[in-house]
Design a protein. Structure first.
Ligand code: 13P
Ligand code: SF4
Length: 323
């Protein structure tokens, strides 16, 4: 399958982009890899067809930023956090903000559907990623409140880093907080608990704890390093000889352990696999390429023109502010 995939990629001049959480069998075939921000930037400059191995919001963002190229996904797997900010609940949150006359800027984590990005873009807001959220929010007018969605953990962690207050919308006193948070979270990163850190620290007092900012604020406060997937990889490369426990998706942590440092542990007691990221397999990639070769492609990402235009505003503002 691998040889056939390679020859079909060449024949049709197709690029494969893959997120770090993809299975190794898929990840090692990719020409472009990165965290969400890097993948958005890299795929925006392509001139040839793209197969995106990741979750749906990543393929959608690539299509919105680069509408001239066909974008396919072997599997249309949606991130469960992105699904939490469904339009109705989001609309209710926005009505609450308007009814209270709150002067806010909506900041949507890139882990949102195109429709949600369009709503945010239309309200003058923007997207961000885990690696860019702090820098971007620092550049926004300080007299406005931040309505952060959908990840309450990332929102609270950024607020803490900027020494700002944060509350979930609807909580007591939410109207006074600097950051107003949508009540969403990542089902994978919620697995990492303060008890896991205590366990490792007791066993190996010199161990470094490294986590993704989708982990809870308690976990992030106890960690030695908090960063996006690319930032975690760089940290691991810079601390090659240290024992580490890492709190992020299994495929990435396992790859780092195999390739860079055998003294790496998974931080949770449960295997932290993202079900959506793991939906894409070598066989799915192979089947899609064969279908493209036979002139019967499927899973081509299409985004409604109006939604795409509005969502692009939110993504473009992020790219501009993260330069
Ligand atoms: P990164 O932008 O850090 O790659 O994160 C993407 C993601 O979905 C983390 O769960
Ligand atoms: Fe979504 Fe969490 Fe999976 Fe990342 S790890 S894609 S946020 S469900």
């Amino acid at each position: 399958m691998v040889e056939k995939i390679k020859s079909l990629l060449k024949k049709h001049n197709i690029t494969i982009a893959a997120h770090y959480y993809q299975k190794d069998e898929v990840f090692y075939l990719a020409n472009l890899t990165g965290d969400s921000l890097e993948l958005a930037k890299k795929t925006a400059n392509l001139d040839n067809p793209l197969i995106f191995c990741g979750v749906s919001f990543m393929g959608e963002s690539a299509k919105i930023l680069n509408p001239k190229i066909p974008v396919y996904m072997p599997k249309l797997a949606s991130c469960s956090m992105a699904r939490m900010a469904e339009n109705e609940l989001l609309q209710k949150n926005i009505e609450m903000l308007k009814n209270e006359n709150i002067d806010f800027i909506p900041v949507a984590y890139i882990n949102t559907t195109a429709k949600v990005k369009a709503i945010v873009g239309d309200l003058g807001g923007l997207t961000c990623t885990s690696s860019s959220a702090k820098n971007i929010i620092e550049k926004l007018p300080s007299n406005k409140k931040i309505f952060f969605l959908p990840d309450k953990n990332l929102g609270k962690n950024i607020a803490n880093a900027l020494r700002k207050s944060a509350k979930i919308i609807g909580e007591d006193g939410w109207q006074e907080a600097d950051f107003i948070l949508f009540d969403g979270h990542c089902s994978v990163h919620q697995l990492f608990m303060p008890e896991h850190i205590e366990f490792f620290k007791e066993k190996y007092p010199d161990i470094k704890i490294v986590v993704h900012p989708e982990c809870s604020p308690q976990v992030c406060e106890m960690a030695d390093f908090v960063g996006s997937t690319s930032q975690i990889i760089n940290y691991v490369k810079e601390h090659k000889n240290e024992r580490m426990a890492i709190g992020t998706e299994f495929n990435l942590v396992n790859r780092l352990k195999k390739e860079i440092n055998p003294n790496i542990y998974i931080l949770s007691s449960t295997k932290p696999e993202c079900p959506s990221m793991n939906e894409t397999t070598l066989k799915e990639l192979y089947d899609l390429l064969v279908a493209i070769d036979e002139g019967k492609p499927y899973n081509e990402i299409k985004v409604d023109d109006e939604i795409s235009k509005k969502a692009k505003k939110a993504l473009d503002r992020m790219l501009e502010l993260s330069k």
